[in-house]
Design a protein around this ligand. Structure first.
Ligand SMILES: *Cc1c(COP(=O)(O)O)cnc(C)c1O
Length: 386
């Protein structure tokens, strides 16, 4: 079976993890802060707070921006549920902005239209969470400009885009956002098993995220004068235990050494797909010329005339031929939990159309050229046969 994605673990990764297992610290040791420093230096941000998943990182990001039940958060419908759930964890209201039909990222014109309307209705969002879909950076500088005009904060969900850049500016530098979150889930660009991180250039935000990630407790402090030793800690806020451990951090540090190589290789493989899909009805991904994508997903578009039942049959056809293709994503607003909140079919037509006609073809480090050819040939055969 060819999966749609697969992690890559090298010998060095294994030996770094084994070293931790033989060391004095499994949690709250030096490697977690080492990992944070390496990531923030790589991306060019001032502060980094690691977490046990990107979901947790998104949650502490929302908490640090003081989201409450009186606030509204906007994200896009074609993302993983965590991009929206994090707002609901804070009791805030969630709404969505439709995507651009070329990049499948948040559509900045639709965003502006929605902001104009929201301003009139006095229902502007406090936070917007753009998602770098499939690893392609969002048009962050435009969103940043709008954030200044309409007074919202930005959390980038960059779960797909560690190693991507736009106009030479690395994703994660937070030049055009308040916080940027990466995921290290097994199938993301690099992995720690499970894990995530939130980057920011604000000392205040980073401090808050740190406290929320560790029970709301302020680190054990040396109290009193320098001579008198007094040990104590205090809980300032209602926090959680979202900390990353040393085993995960060691794996992350080791994997991060290869990041540029990984992104380069994924781009080469994506270009190969582009060529193989020439002269077919398949629409290949559009990457804006300012952007370098990580190709976390190689997502293609079906012939628009293909109806839904044939589209469903496609997955079965591929599966029977031992190739696993997937949809990214089923629109969040049409999932049962969100429909109960009042969202309906037809509200975000671009995202809905996208999910009805797009699929991701397998792309991972160990995927062979012969397998890429087999995948495309199988897809071509499907079209000949329907
Ligand atoms: C994977 C993913 C997440 C969640 O990441 P975890 O580390 O698994 O919690 C959030 N948003 C997007 C867009 C993702 O792809």
């Amino acid at each position: 079976m060819i999966p749609y994605s697969r992690h890559t673990i090298k010998k060095d990764d294994v030996s770094e993890v084994v070293k931790v297992l033989k060391s004095n610290f499994l949690t709250q040791g030096p490697l977690t802060s080492n990992f944070e420093n390496t990531i923030k230096n790589y991306a060019g941000a001032n502060y980094a707070v690691s977490a046990n998943s990107a979901t947790s990182a998104l949650h502490i990001a929302c908490l640090a921006l003081d989201l409450t039940k009186d606030d509204i958060v906007w994200t896009v419908p074609n993302s993983f549920v965590a991009s929206a759930n994090c707002a609901l964890y804070c009791g805030s209201k969630i709404d969505f902005v439709d995507i651009n039909t070329n990049t499948y990222n948040i559509d900045c014109d639709l965003l502006e239209e929605k902001l104009i309307k929201a301003k009139k209705l006095n229902s502007l969002p406090k936070v917007i969470i753009p998602v770098h879909f499939a690893g392609q950076p969002t048009e962050q500088e435009k969103i940043w400009k709008l954030s200044k005009r309409y007074g919202f904060k930005i959390i980038e969900d960059a779960s797909h885009s560690l190693g991507a850049h736009r106009n030479g500016e690395k994703v994660g530098s937070c030049k055009w956002s308040d916080i940027c979150v990466f995921s290290f889930h097994a199938i993301k660009i690099i992995t720690t098993g499970e894990g995530g991180i939130a980057l920011t250039n604000s000392k205040k935000i980073s401090k808050k995220m740190r406290i929320f990630s560790s029970h709301g407790i302020v680190k054990p402090l040396l109290g009193g004068s320098k001579k008198k030793f007094k040990y104590y800690y205090d809980q300032k806020l209602l926090g959680l235990n979202y900390r990353m451990n040393e085993i995960e951090a060691a794996l992350g540090i080791s994997q991060l050494k290869r990041i540029d190589q990984i992104v380069k290789k994924r781009n080469i493989m994506a270009k190969r797909y582009n060529k193989l899909f020439e002269d077919t009805h398949i629409k290949i991904p559009t990457i804006l010329k300012e952007n370098l994508s990580t190709f976390h997903l190689y997502q293609v578009h079906f012939h628009p005339l293909l109806n839904r039942s044939k589209f469903n049959y496609f997955f079965e056809y591929m599966y029977k031929r031992k190739i696993y293709t997937t949809i990214h994503y089923q629109p969040i607003h049409l999932l049962s939990y969100y429909k109960k909140l009042g969202f309906k079919k037809g509200m975000f037509p671009n995202a809905e159309q996208h999910s009805n006609s797009c699929f991701a073809v397998p792309l991972y480090d160990s995927l062979k050229i012969s397998e890429q050819k087999k995948i495309v040939k199988t897809i071509k055969n499907f079209f000949i046969n329907i």
